[in-house]
Design a protein. Sequence first.
Length: 451
Amino acid sequence: MEWLIAAVMLVAVLAGLLRWRRPAWYWLSFGVTFATCRVLGRYRAVMDACGLTVPPPRWRLAIARMANRPVPEPRAPRILRLRPTRTGLVLRLGLRPGQDAFDVAASCDRLRHSFGMFGVTSREIRSGVVELRMTGYDVLRRVQMPARAERSIMRVPVALREDGDVHYRDYRTTPHALTIGATKSGKSVYQRNLVAELAAQEVALVGIDCKQGVELFPLARRFSALADNPDTAADLLDALIAHMEDVYQLIRAEQRITADTPDADIAADIWDLPDHLRPVPIVLLVDEVAELALFATKDEEKRRDRIITALARLAQLGRAAGIYLEICGQRFGSELGKGITMLRAQLSVRTAHRVNDETSANMAFGDIAPDAVLATVQIPVSAPGLAITGDASGGWSRIRTPHTSLRAAVDACNKHAHLTPDLPALDAFRPVLTSPAVPVAIPAPAAPATP
């Protein structure tokens, strides 16, 4: 008996240690079993307490009265499936007649407390079926991406969501995106992780980094074109517009609009073209967009209008030509001048890291998901990489990007440097990699004056 007590105490100590130091290991070894028993054991009582039950049908009440039996209990949603995952549980429910998915969504916080889970989110699968995703621990505290994340053409994993699922950047579904965040909020790491994932795909990367290239030029081996100042950026954007027009001419020539061609074979964008004719898609990454919009002289104002007009044209027309925008900045509001709000309206995906004021959060989500504004301003300074993401549908969620060092991103770009396509229209902006580094003289600090 003593050895049994010692073994139980050892297991209890091990479980407590894992829960403290390695919550993911604790969940896979102990937590999933305990959580499953709690959910199944408390299910009916919890649903009744949360108001998620419906009265029994009249025919059952009539049968109970005729048979002199007890009145049937209220009915809770049917459990269609309970599936454990590496971060929690997925509970699929079949709603009873008269129930609504909104009622389940409004009760998520009470379900979280009642089931003893860290977080509960709901989504409607189809009419009458709701899925609850429950996490057993804080998956965003220490981000661990799945070893096998799904990847496909122009769809890459970039972060982990608060429900334990992977957050993907799908360019064919949502072509253009805006990412904002204050200094040291994790915006650069998000962009770095995105470049590292795109480096392995058949895609051309084009960058504009007006911080003299300190963010994007270390990744130059995988970039087809780079610009490090507003003047070069203006010329690069004009070249992209010329390339876009050439692609549209190619699509027009290959649309195959004849009497014997099925409608499904008519080309309307580059993805409808045959593989041997399809131009390579282009992802344009703009770092610190405010540097392109600020001006101090008349000449700079003309350059600024030229740049913003070009970006707006690419956002409106570039999708069918396979040109996708990733625009980053600390702020992206109307104070940057005319044309900014028109450009922002074309950026469907919004990702906001920690911001310094509520106005910056309103710039990202005020017109698509007002509920996300409060969540954005509550991001703590101690959680770099934590962000709120949403799209034009109004839905939003918390995500966190795994830390990707600049060295890791450079290694990924160097590994896939052979995939860098040659775009004749952008040859003038291709980064030069063979020139030796030019030493820069940094003045020494002045010596203190002697008394």
